[in-house]
Each structure stands twice: as C-alpha cells, then as structure tokens.
Ligand binder design. Structure first.
Ligand SMILES: NC(=O)c1ccc[n+]([C@@H]2O[C@H](COP(=O)([O-])OP(=O)(O)OC[C@H]3O[C@@H](n4cnc5c(N)ncnc54)[C@H](O)[C@@H]3O)[C@@H](O)[C@H]2O)c1
Ligand SMILES: [Zn+2]
Length: 367
C-alpha cells in the first residue's frame, strides 16, 4: 500500500492506494478517528452494489459500527436534484446526526453526489471516498462535490474535503472497458498539465496500462493523485492554479450538458475537449506545431475520442460553453497548452476562433 497526503492544514487527509483495501476500511476509520458510536452511511450505485457493498457492510458491522446504505442508478444521471432529494430523504429517515459519516463507494458520480449530500446534510458532516473507477483517482481527491443542472455541469455544489480516500485498486478489475478508457482521460490530463516525462511514460506503456497491468496502473494512479493533491494543496478553492485542472473541461462540460449527460461520459467529453484545446492553442501560436497531434495520438492510444462527436452543432456547444461556470461574465477564460506538460490560463479568448476550431473538427468528422 502507498499513502499520499493532501496537505490542507487541519483539513489534511491521507490517500491510501493499494490492493484489498476495502476489507480494511474499519482499520482506516479508526485511524481517521471515527468511533463505533458514529453512525455510518454508505452511498453506492446499482453496478457497484452487487460487487462490493455487502462485504463492506459486513466488515463494518463486525467491527461494531451501525451502518445503513442507499443505492442510486449507475451513471451521470445520478448527479441530479431528483436523486439528491431521494438520498437526502433516506439519510434523514435513517436517523443520521452531525457526527455520522458518509462513505462514497463508487466512481466519480457517486463521489460527487455523496460528497454533496455530506456537505449539505445538517450543514456538513464528514465523508470518506472509496473510489472504484480509474477516473475517480481524480474526482475523489480535492473536495469538489456537486450535482448537475440541465443547463450546466456541476453548477450546484460545494467544497467539502473528505476525511480520507481509500482506493482499493482490485475494484478496477470489474470496470467495463469504456470506463477504463474514460479514466485514462484524467490520467493523461494530469500529465499534460504538469509533467512531460509522465506523458512520455504514458506513451511508452500504453499497451500494458490499457491491460491494467497491476504495478503500472498503481504507479499511474499514484502519480495522478500526487499531481492533483499538490495542486489542491496550493489552491484549494480555485483562486488561480487549481483552474489548470480544467484542461479540456469547458468544451467537455458543454458536450455533456447538451447531450443531457448521456451519449458521452465525462472522460470521453474531456478527451475531445483536450484535443480541441490543443488545436486552439496551436492556432493562437501559444504552443509549437505538433503538440496537438501528440496530444490526440496519446488519447487515441487509450481508446478515447478526440474528434467531433456525431450530432453536435458547434454553435450549440459554444452557447453551452458560455453557461459553464468557467466563462466568467461572458468571456472565455480557457486552459490551453504551452507545450506538452505545461498549460496556462488564457483570458478573453476570441470566440470566433473557438468556433472556427470546432467547425474544422466537425468538418473533418463529416468527410
Ligand atoms: N469532483 C471532482 O474533482 C471531479 C473530478 C473529475 C471528475 N468528476 C466527476 O466524476 C464523474 C465521472 O466519474 P466516473 O467516470 O467514475 O463515472 P461513474 O461514477 O458513473 O462510473 C462509471 C460507470 O462504472 C460503473 N462502475 C463504477 N465502479 C465500477 C467497478 N469497480 N466495476 C464495475 N463497474 C463500476 C458505474 O456504475 C458507472 O456505470 C463526472 O460526473 C465528473 O464530473 C469530478
Ligand atoms: Zn474531469
């Protein structure tokens, strides 16, 4: 097992990464100072529940904890008002109090939803992340929790740091291929924003990583978590540098919102977004030629889309980008690459140029 730390003063917490950690959750709870007098509440989804919920509940009960649980639908649709209201009702009915602890067992959707339940119930109770997707190496760290609105992604949320992240890498063995690919989108993003040598390593080891070779995948997760943890420690509430983590996300969130959070998953949407961001940066002369090609080639090696998806109109995407919270006061502030391994916040990007890049991508698709 490897343990990293997110350094945030009194809100600092560990990220444990390793095999067979779900069976050791009671020990990690003790380490985090959670006593058996505190009621626990596990939130998970319908795909994860049949695989990992019962053994977890059993080990918690055997250790003396009182624990209840809710199971939500699988996929992005669960980050909705409707599901939030239902789960909140179940949590209240179970009799949780201010000392109770929520455990988020699942991918980024369960993590974001459960974290928002924890942030809102009685104005905030503690929660613990038990990530089960590759993508969740990103979403489980950093305390951004949210649900979606039909007008835009993650528009209703909070900053609420977990007490701990306990990442059992054995859970990845049951992850569908498409979700493995989606997870690599955020792994690649962590390389593109901060570490050329990590990008080169991802290029070199793509085949084995796609096969989830245990040692390599653990290294990829540790590196991704470390990059995220470092940035979050520097700028918890996104006053400046944390925004760099949004590479590809203004585009990506727009695709997700337009498709009503179906069709493309988050990883696919931001993969297309990172491709578009790199093209835009080349066109603006922010980075050398070839950055875009290398970015897209790497994403493609992880079976991710990088070109315009079917059925989207570039103008609609631009409109949805305007609503994304990163577009402050109608202006486009985008995260764009300077080179491989370095990105920058670029303010007031010309709307016409953004539209042109999207139209070119859509044009290539139609050929
Ligand atoms: N809070 C943040 O900082 C942050 C960062 C990145 C992404 N996100 C959010 O994360 C979400 C995407 O997360 P995700 O890609 O993990 O999606 P997800 O939680 O929907 O999981 C993907 C699918 O895999 C299934 N699944 C999960 N674990 C499994 C397992 N071990 N075996 C089999 N099936 C499993 C789920 O039921 C779901 O159908 C998006 O909403 C995105 O906005 C948040
Ligand atoms: Zn993301």
């Amino acid at each position: 097992m490897k343990t990293l730390r997110v350094e945030l003063g009194e809100r600092s917490y560990p990220i444990h990464i390793g095999k067979n950690l779900l069976s050791r959750v009671p020990a990690f709870l003790t380490e985090a100072g959670v006593s058996v007098k505190q009621m626990l509440y596990v939130i998970t989804d319908e795909n994860v529940a049949p695989l990992y919920l019962e053994p977890l509940l059993q080990s918690l009960r055997e250790s003396g904890y009182t624990v209840h649980s809710s199971v939500v639908a699988g996929g992005e649709q669960a980050k909705s008002f409707h599901v939030f209201e239902r789960v909140m009702g179940e949590v209240i009915a179970a009799g949780l109090d201010r000392k109770s602890v929520i455990l988020a067992l699942g991918g980024g959707v369960v993590g974001d939803l459960s974290g928002f339940v924890a942030a809102s119930f009685m104005r905030g109770i503690p929660f613990i992340q038990l990530p089960t997707t590759l993508l969740a190496h990103d979403s489980s760290v950093g305390g951004k929790v949210a649900i979606n609105h039909k007008l835009g992604k993650n528009l209703i949320g909070a900053f609420h740091q977990p007490l701990a992240v306990i990442y059992d890498t054995d859970t990845l063995t049951s992850l569908p291929r498409r979700e493995v690919a989606a997870g690599f989108a955020e792994v690649v993003k962590h390389g593109l924003i901060s570490a050329e040598e990590f990008v080169a390593w991802l290029e070199e080891n793509a085949e084995a990583l796609n096969q989830l070779e245990p040692e390599l995948i653990a290294t990829a997760i540790e590196r991704g978590c470390a990059i995220k943890a470092q940035i979050v420690s520097e700028d918890e509430t996104e006053q400046d540098t944390r925004a760099l983590l949004n590479l590809g996300h203004t585009f990506g969130h727009a695709f997700e919102a337009i498709a009503a959070y179906s069709q493309l998953n988050h990883g696919e949407a931001i993969s297309i977004g990172m491709g578009l961001a790199s093209e835009l940066a080349e066109k603006m002369g922010l980075c050398e030629q070839g950055v875009s090609e290398r970015t897209k080639r790497l994403l493609a090696r992880y079976h991710l889309p990088t070109e315009w998806p079917d059925g989207f109109d570039p103008y609609d995407v631009l409109e949805a980008m305007r609503r994304d919270k990163k577009g402050v006061a109608g202006r486009f502030n985008l995260i764009l690459p300077r080179t491989i391994g370095k990105v920058e916040i670029v303010k007031n990007v010309d709307e016409a140029l953004i539209l042109q890049v999207m139209r070119e991508s859509a044009g290539r698709r139609q050929k």
